[in-house]
Write a protein that binds this ligand. Structure first.
Ligand code: 4AD
Ligand code: MG
Length: 464
């Protein structure tokens, strides 16, 4: 008989029919010769209850029905007398597809996040990670749907590249050279001409530069792919391998850009509320009691639009009133997460789009303001998260862009293709990057970015 997924089994009302379900035992309890199994197959956070009488099954089979075991159950769908579930399955036949002995690492309830990270290869089988991973999938669908519906094209930018978009030098090198036998010239430099690509290359830190080529041809594009950063940031907000969504739009100015950032994030949050209700309710109960309230709250708020300079004034005022920060926040300083969170969580109590940053703390490609000091960046700061989006209007003038590149002492040799966008038919344009895992952190209420991606990569950790 064809298998019915648990999510569908729970909706069926044809009581009395025969049904086959398969899944993993979440728990088993019993009394007076009757056992109750909570079976889950990943299709939903909810379990289907299997009821059986010990004496109807071989003793060997019953013994093998333990937490974590994989079962095939054939039985009768019946109306459930128990609260909280409409139906259950009265088992007629149970086959143990995969037994699970007491070395199974997920036997105990209430294991810590830290412990679960050590068994990250098995944790998708827990309720919480099941919920997170289904939400993660849904957010990817929301993102593709949003852009498709708004006339953006999904543009695939390369993962292996020779250019450091953010200019921070945090790149993972890609080479086929024998590292045990590296030859250097008299200046101590490595000759890459005989390397696979004939030059020094690395994993991308952002698809933006190539994305700009797409936007200045197709009008509006987005990327959605893995991104790599070798920054030694051991924080709950940083991964060495994360996923980024980078839309890039021709003919957008700063206002258009901020409107898109706000509309896009709200669309994703609304999608979660509309499509991930069971998982959100589970997380709201088990992980964060204010989660759903916070998600609904964001939809109601209009994001504050705050120039950096005004942000610094607010922080200075807070310090004068006795607020203590660990890091300095004079005009010109890069804001730390404590500053961002003060503005968002304490001062405004709603998301903030911070704009017009000092050029010294931002990347070379941002459009310079008339004051010659600030650039048209538009970062979105979120409660609990801090920076969730980094974006900007791009400098479209070849001369101004070159002046900034020269001021920074950057090499242009590997950027000529990028500069061609400004050489030929340059156009005003803008874009942003959303950190996918930071969005998932917000939508799930989880605290650590290592717990919203199946296999986290962080400094000194590349297991599984
Ligand atoms: O602010 P970032 O560095 O901006 C860029 O890379 C631009 N090229 C984007 C663009 O304009 N197209 O990164 C964008 C976002 C951040 O706001 C953050 O959400 C996320 O990417 N991010 C990280 N997420 C997890 N781990 C890390 N190490 C991250 N670094 C950035
Ligand atoms: Mg940034």
């Amino acid at each position: 008989m064809k298998r019915t997924k648990v999510i569908d089994a729970l909706k069926r009302t044809d009581f009395g029919s025969e049904i086959t379900v398969m899944g993993w035992v979440r728990s088993k309890r019993g009394s007076k010769g009757i056992f109750f199994i909570a079976l889950n197959d990943g299709s939903t956070i909810k379990n289907v209850q299997i009821v059986g009488e010990d004496e109807k099954f071989p003793e060997d089979t019953v013994k093998l029905i333990t937490t974590g075991a994989c079962l095939r159950v054939v039985g009768t769908l019946v109306e459930s007398p128990a609260a909280g579930q409409a139906s259950e399955v009265q088992a007629k036949e149970i086959e143990v597809l995969g037994a699970c002995d007491n070395t199974y690492p997920l036997q105990k309830k209430g294991a810590s996040w830290e412990y679960l990270r050590t068994v990250a290869h098995m944790r998708p089988r827990t309720n919480t990670f099941g919920a997170i991973l289904r939400i993660r999938h849904n957010m990817a669908m929301a993102i593709h749907t949003y852009f498709h519906e708004h006339g953006f094209y999904y543009f695939h930018t390369p993962l292996i590249t020779a250019s450091d978009c953010e200019g921070a030098g945090n790149m993972f090198q890609v080479t086929t050279k024998n590292l045990y036998d590296l030859k250097k010239d008299e200046q101590g430099k490595i000759d890459y001409s005989d390397d696979f690509f004939g030059q020094q290359v690395a994993l991308t830190v952002s698809g933006q530069l190539e994305g700009e080529l797409g936007a200045t041809a197709l009008g509006q594009i987005y990327t959605f792919g893995p991104t790599f950063r070798a920054e030694n940031s051991n924080t709950p907000r940083h991964l060495a391998e994360f996923w980024m969504i980078e839309p890039e739009m021709a003919f957008y100015d700063k206002q258009d850009l901020m409107d898109l950032e706000e509309d896009f994030i709200k669309y994703c949050v609304r999608w979660a509320l509309d499509n991930c209700r069971d998982d959100l309710e589970f997380l709201n109960k088990m992980v964060d009691k204010t989660l759903i309230e916070r998600l609904e709250g964001v939809l109601k708020e209009t994001f504050v639009r705050l120039p950096y300079t005004e942000g610094i004034e607010i922080l200075q005022e807070a310090i004068r009133n006795g607020k203590k920060f660990e890091f300095p926040c004079q005009w010109g300083d890069d804001l730390a997460s404590e500053h961002e969170r003060y503005l968002v969580e304490e001062h405004f109590r709603k998301p903030v789009i911070m704009t017009d940053y000092p050029k010294e703390i931002k990347a070379f490609y941002m459009k310079l303001n008339e004051d010659g000091k600030t650039m048209q960046g538009t970062d979105v700061l979120f409660p609990q998260i801090g920076e969730i989006i980094g974006g900007s209007v791009r400098e479209e003038s070849y001369d101004k862009l070159m002046a900034e590149i020269n001021r920074r002492g950057m090499e242009t040799e590997k950027l000529e293709w990028y500069l061609d966008t400004r050489r030929w038919g340059s156009c005003p344009h803008a874009g942003f990057g959303l950190g996918f895992e930071r969005l998932i952190l917000f939508v799930t209420g989880m605290q650590n970015i290592r717990d919203v991606i199946p296999f986290p990569r962080t400094p000194k950790n590349c297991e599984f």
